[in-house]
Design a protein around this ligand. Structure first.
Ligand code: COA
Length: 251
């Protein structure tokens, strides 16, 4: 099991902390596997009533590990990321996120699956899929236009425009902007409050609020197929290589 995802349990809340220092918490296949196992544990364990997702070292996550994209390019449909996003869609336990600093790619799209999201003033959201020769994932092509309207979703997913915490709050993507020093305590308190509610009522309310799960999963699968094809394109290969050579200059 990877050391890059830390799980802690407190007051009915299972906290998932991305902790990959030096790599801006970029998410590897092993980290997705650890989070999938944590979601399954949360849904199974009657002691757990909420999941809290957070980053560390002032960063939420730099998104999917680009080295993993390169390694998976021959068998992209087998990536753990696809099972992770489907778990997000089927989770019964309420999900809270605390976002500090960068939230790139899946770091932004996963907030669309959260019930409560708190962001520090320095949070920066970005979905650079198209710039990498890729396409949206995690159901974001369906959920984002529903949440922010097609015009704004196009700016975010086609121009790959980044946006900050206040914008995210104004658009209804985050519940509140909370000072960095208070962020994790605030999000943990809200998660604890959710965990203290009647469990079946919360799970059913979550399902009702989120609507048509089969339609969401169908869109995720359509996205995964398009994304997998795109990963094998010259556009994507060039973008991955250019990032890797930028971050690891020849000595
Ligand atoms: N995949 C793999 N490694 C990543 C990564 C990612 N998504 N994001 C950052 N890293 C690594 C860098 O390669 C670097 O590693 P190194 O020190 O061994 O070379 C380390 O994390 C620090 O990143 P660096 O780029 O030096 O930090 P920065 O502050 O200048 O920039 C980012 C931070 C996140 C803006 C920049 O790293 C970036 O653009 N990352 C890619 C984001 C992305 O496109 N994600 C995929 C979304 S689908």
């Amino acid at each position: 099991m990877t050391q890059d995802v830390e799980l802690t349990r407190h007051d009915g809340v299972l906290s998932i902390t991305l902790r990959r220092p030096g790599k801006k918490n970029a998410i590897t296949g092993d980290m997705y596997e650890a989070m999938i196992a944590a979601f399954a544990e949360a849904d199974r364990d009657p002691e757990i009533g909420a999941v809290l997702m957070r980053g560390s070292d002032g960063v939420f996550t730099a998104g999917n590990d680009i080295g993993d994209f390169i390694a998976s390019a021959q068998t992209p449909t087998g990536m753990a990321a696809w099972r992770f996003v489907e778990h997000l869609a089927s989770l019964d336990t309420p999900l809270v996120a605390a976002i500090e600093g960068l939230a790139i790619g899946i770091g932004t799209t996963l907030i669309l699956h959260c019930d409560l999201v708190y962001a520090a003033p320095d949070a920066q959201f970005r979905m650079p899929f198209v710039d990498l020769g890729l396409v949206p994932e995690a159901g974001s092509s369906l959920l984002l236009p529903q949440r922010v309207g097609l015009a704004r979703a196009s700016e975010m997913l086609m121009l790959c425009e980044s946006f900050g915490a206040e914008d995210a709050q104004r658009l209804g993507l985050v519940n509140a902007v909370v000072a960095n020093a208070d962020l994790y305590a605030h999000a943990a308190e809200k998660a604890r409050m959710l965990a203290a509610k009647p469990r079946a009522a919360i799970a059913t309310t979550r399902r009702l609020l989120r609507g048509d799960r089969p339609a969401l999963v169908a869109r995720m699968r359509e996205e995964a197929q398009a994304f997998s094809r795109a990963m094998q394109s010259d556009e994507a290969r060039q973008a991955f290589t250019s990032f890797m050579s930028r971050s690891k200059p020849a000595s």
